[in-house]
Design a protein around this ligand. Structure first.
Ligand code: SAH
Length: 346
């Protein structure tokens, strides 16, 4: 009878070492295999050239390596690359490489689809199929690091969890992936170069604060007025702004880390002075930065980017109140790789 083999990367280093000891081998063999699995990102047991053939066969008989496969790679005229990533069970997610003069940023997915229902986001139209495993998140980063070296002649420098899914609804796996990404036994990247972006799950923000995580937090706010926010991000009815704000105060008190807000200004939705004032009031309690993101149309015109004048008004008001503002142009629009456009069209 065919036994279902275990995903070897679900094992910790200790468990792998114990496994080898139980096989009558040395614990050290476990460490070697662990290095192949993470640091060297081996796709197969056969690639583990310092492991004997018999041992590789034994591993093959017991385990699988559920490595992702980049099925399709698209390149934008602005250099942005989008990967369609096939998972071991056939599902597909997307990740994006965003090059600038000085950085290469990986935008990675945390779930297949999304359970939130943001009206302006293409991913919301795919129902949430499942969470990604830590190794599936890790593999996306490795794939983009390789592409960065290949096409831009430099390693990946930054990671944002702004692809498909809500990272805080897959908290444990996202944290495990970050642990591997930042560990010297993995990619050895600095947590300061990682941003986890959330629609705002208060309980999880507090948990992150308690665990004293070292990466940065971004909150997709889009409105600081409950009725408006609920109309465009329905889950705001469950996690209203007051609770979100409390969790952020808690986060700031514990971590002293500046908070970044992502914000799109839409015509007729949040483009008045009243909307800006509410935003100022919401984020003034801690050093904050607001990224005014360009809207990437995904629909038949229900949402429209506000006028330049409205964006200017936001910028002026925020700056006058000591809040840092950046106005961000979208990248990779021609290949549907920009914020909110990830939806596996292919
Ligand atoms: N669920 C997480 C991660 C997704 S990040 C979060 O909400 O933060 C993707 C970012 O793109 C979020 O800030 C989201 O609000 C924004 N976004 C979604 N759809 C967009 C669109 N059509 N145009 C511009 N930004 C969009």
């Amino acid at each position: 009878m065919e036994v279902r083999k275990k995903d070897i990367r679900a094992l910790t280093k200790e468990q792998l070492r114990d496994f080898f000891v139980a096989q009558g081998d040395k614990a050290f063999r476990g460490t070697q295999v662990y290095e192949w699995l993470w640091q060297k990102s081996a796709h197969s047991f056969d690639a583990m050239t310092n492991i004997s053939k018999e041992t590789r066969q034994m591993l093959e008989d017991n385990f699988v390596i559920n490595h992702i496969r980049v099925d399709q790679m698209q390149r934008s005229t602005d250099g942005t690359i989008k990967n369609a990533v096939r998972l071991h069970d056939g599902l597909v997610v997307e990740s994006v490489l965003i090059p600038t003069e000085t950085r290469t940023t990986a935008c990675v997915s945390s779930q297949v689809g999304c359970s939130l229902d943001c009206r302006f986001c293409a991913t919301a139209r795919l129902k949430r199929m499942r969470n990604l495993n830590p190794d599936e998140i890790y593999d996306q980063v490795v794939a983009i690091d390789n592409e960065s070296r290949l096409y831009f002649d430099r390693p990946l420098s930054n990671i944002v969890f702004m692809g498909m899914g809500e990272p805080l609804m897959n908290y444990n796996n996202v944290l495990k992936a970050i642990e591997k990404i930042t560990s010297p036994e993995g990619l050895g990247m600095s947590p300061k170069r990682i941003v986890v972006s959330t629609s705002g799950v208060p309980k999880m923000i507090k948990k992150m604060a308690d665990e004293e995580v070292k990466f940065a937090l971004a909150v997709s706010l889009h409105s600081a007025i409950d009725e408006v926010r609920t109309s465009i991000m329905p889950f705001n009815a469950t996690f209203p702004l007051k609770e979100l704000r409390e969790s952020l105060e808690y986060w700031y008190a514990k971590t002293k880390n500046r908070i970044t807000y992502e914000y799109v200004v839409w015509e007729g939705i949040n483009d008045t002075q009243k909307d800006v004032d509410a935003l100022v009031k919401f984020c003034k309690f801690a050093p904050s930065k607001v990224n005014l993101i360009e809207y990437n149309p995904i629909d038949d015109g229900e949402f429209q980017q506000a006028s330049e004048a409205a964006v200017e008004m936001y910028k002026r008001t925020l700056e006058r109140n000591g809040i840092t503002v950046t106005v961000r142009r979208s990248r990779g629009k021609d290949i549907d790789a920009a914020c909110g456009q990830l939806a596996n069209k292919s």
